[in-house]
Design a protein around this ligand. Structure first.
Ligand code: SF4
Length: 370
């Protein structure tokens, strides 16, 4: 993996989320691992490194750049139908056995990911925003690998995106620190967090700590970010009624308005033993979310097989306000004030000023960008 390491180490800049310690040691605060890194060593994510007593962080490239429907992030309450220009880099602070993006996320950790060197494309923030304009993107998103570990680069891009009138969002494992959230807050509007389990032992097996993720959800919400939460429901891992109820109850304790996406697992990477999640399990999870008092529950990855759980309903009169099939919006009935046209109840979210701007029956698939 020397070739990939050399390429990535060459594409770095001095970081901002760290402190200097004695003997040229640095402590990184981009994620909750808070790695103490000795000179010429790397943090757990392997892409942030100590060079001569300062922290070098990923900079000046993307390993993925795509025009995605915002529904793919997934965000159900952020500008439905919008195009989200999404960028990703390499590396992760977790090592989830079921990662669908492992080729890029496990760079420098899994020797099979060496080929990811071919995805690396040097680029500037201005070029990314030019691409976003060409794609008619309203939102710029850091995703695909874990964005916290490349926060400085994300902020460089987000500054340009905000000046261009675009909204910015993170799609993250939630292993954040208060410092990282404060650092990102001026630029971010929306933050999607994966809440992968409520069991500490499960989080340990993925490389994380449950409390750090729960704290991130609470903090991001308290900071005024629009938060949506995803739980990939994996049979035998996190799909018991008790655990699903605990997850939903926790979210409800933060806010009943946080949308909860329960999504279907399929065999991938190193997790090939559990069966793919059947639709009946997602429906069970969604019912549990409703019983726990959540207002907005979505069942994902099985379009057309999850009854009403692709749609947004009014939390008061239950009228269907946004109908979806997969990533396609087929009907949008919210008013310009984001209220239900039948009963006037405010629906929480970030909605378009003009409902007529919502793309109905769009392509609903990721598109390449140039
Ligand atoms: S981003 Fe996280 S894993 Fe990477 S060096 Fe910083 S604290 Fe360690």
């Amino acid at each position: 993996m020397i070739a990939l390491a050399n390429v990535l180490d060459g594409l770095t800049a001095q970081g901002e989320l760290f402190e200097k310690l004695p003997d040229d040691v640095v402590r990184c605060s981009a994620c909750a691992h808070r790695c103490k890194i000795a000179p010429e060593k790397r943090g757990i994510c392997l892409v942030r490194l100590n060079r001569d007593g300062t922290l070098r962080v990923p900079w000046g490239y993307v390993a993925g750049l795509q025009s995605d429907p915002i529904e793919k992030k997934p965000f159900a309450h952020v500008l439905p139908g919008a195009t989200a220009l999404t960028f990703g880099m390499l590396g992760c602070d977790f090592h989830c056995g079921y990662c669908q993006n492992w080729l890029t996320s496990q760079a420098l950790r899994d020797s099979a990911s060496e080929v990811a060197v071919n995805l690396v494309r040097p680029i500037s923030p201005a070029e990314i925003i030019k691409t976003a304009r060409r794609a008619h993107a309203e939102v710029v998103v850091s995703s695909y690998n874990e964005p916290l570990i490349t926060s400085e680069w994300a902020v460089a891009i987000f500054k340009e995106a905000k000046s261009a009138g675009m909204m910015c969002a993170f799609v993250s494992n939630g292993n954040a620190t208060p410092e990282a959230l404060e650092y990102l807050r001026p630029y971010l509007s929306a933050y999607k967090v994966d809440l992968k389990s409520m069991q500490e032992k499960n989080y340990r097996s993925l490389g994380g700590v449950l409390k750090n993720v729960l704290d991130t959800i609470q903090r991001a919400y308290a900071l005024g970010l629009w938060v949506e939460v995803v739980t990939l429901v994996v049979p035998g891992f996190n799909d018991s009624n008790e655990e699903l109820f605990e997850t939903a109850r926790f979210l409800q304790s933060v806010s009943a308005d946080i949308p909860w996406h329960v999504t279907a697992f399929h065999k991938d990477y190193k997790m090939t033993t559990p069966e793919n999640t059947p639709s009946k399990t997602l429906l069970r999870a969604a019912e549990i979310g409703r019983e726990a008092g959540l207002h907005y529950i979505y069942a994902g990855n099985l379009p057309g097989r999850v009854e009403e759980y692709e749609n947004t309903h009014c939390p008061h009169c239950n009228r269907a306000l946004i109908r979806r099939h997969g990533y396609v919006i087929s009907e949008y009935r919210l008013t310009k004030d984001g209220t239900c046209p039948s009963c006037g109840t405010k629906v929480a979210g970030i909605w378009p000023e003009n409902p007529r701007d919502v793309t109905i029956n769009g392509v609903g698939i990721p598109l390449p960008v140039y």
